[in-house]
Design a protein. Sequence first.
Length: 425
Amino acid sequence: MITIAIANQKGGVGKTTVAINLSASLAREGRRVLLVDLDPQSHCAVGLAVPDDQIDLSVGDCLISQRTTERLDLSRITWEIAPNLNLVPSKADLADMEADLEPSEETGNPLSMMLERESERYDYAIVDCPPHLGPLMRSALRAADTVLIPVETGYFSLHGLTRQIQTLEGLAEQTGRSPTIRVLPNQYDVRTKMAREILSELRKRFDGLVCETVLNYNTKLKEGTSYGQPITEFAPTSMGGKDFQKLAREVIASERPAMPSIALLENAERMAAEAERMLATSSTLIGSNGRPSSDVAPPPSDHEQVDKRLERIYGVMQTPEGVVFRTRQPGARRVELAGDFNNWMPHTTPYRQTGTEGEFEVLLRLSPGQYRYRMVVDGRWSHDLSNPRTEQNEYGEVNSIADVCPSPPPVDVTPALASEESTRV
């Protein structure tokens, strides 16, 4: 399980908005997410329409119990918000418990202990930190693999961010634990010159720490919070919804380092060589008498023939059993398929390995029609490079297109084979 602490010493609902919507967006991408509200203000529960008067046990009770023999099971305080998304709420009394939750070498870190017991159930733990540096914040930072700092693109944010990063670096020296620090530009208004200049300065001053994703100013985010809904439910196609989808995919992509360009070139050359070999060995050789002949050499293949052969091997193929999606992804651990047919939920449609190294396929029974789809390779979204039919989607990315006919196309039987079959009859 990867733990991400959402920390901003300015605090406010903006920090909690990021925690809620990043959690919901990761869940929509098929990841199992636990949202932990470590802020006594309890804004996560408010923003997800969890009534305070119905919260009996909260995160504070579970954390206190970690240092006792009778540990409180986290499932007793967890609220199911949406598929793949659970919330551990807080209450105002968490502030009174804060002094008892100070992490130490002797007694350990209560938050780390609590999350460690849930590591098999969830892919991500998103921790909404309190707005001040105290025992709760230190507990979150000690447990975190990544610290995500939302920063509004205003003048004073630069000064506050510098101090916060210095604090994190000092804490890392004390504990010997160095989480990855990521800066997330938030509430960005491209219309103002000030915002554009601040964003440019952020990228210049904190080079390498700033996220690729920028959260634009969007009223739908505030409206969704007032209705107790994450942006994935309230307005998934709004600018705010698109920004958080992009952020979730950036977070997922950071799980696995990008393949170096040299390796990509080597893979491309290897695939081209393999395609030539398959063309040379997989063609049926027919002699003048209609029977196989070893004396007939296969004609040389040009690049156009190679491309056509690859299209038949990889991509989308309609068969009597259904539609086969096949791809070659050397070194990939997991390949998933998302599209119109599964509500763009990749975790519901994983590819299986065929036995050939790096080759994956999945068989779907689809009704006739046109379908848009994308592949997710170890968390990275892309279109199907083996399918030439594409279109740009509303997010500025590329979808692949699959056309399913009312019935599978007939198998092409060569005259020579047809003649041989008639002779047998």
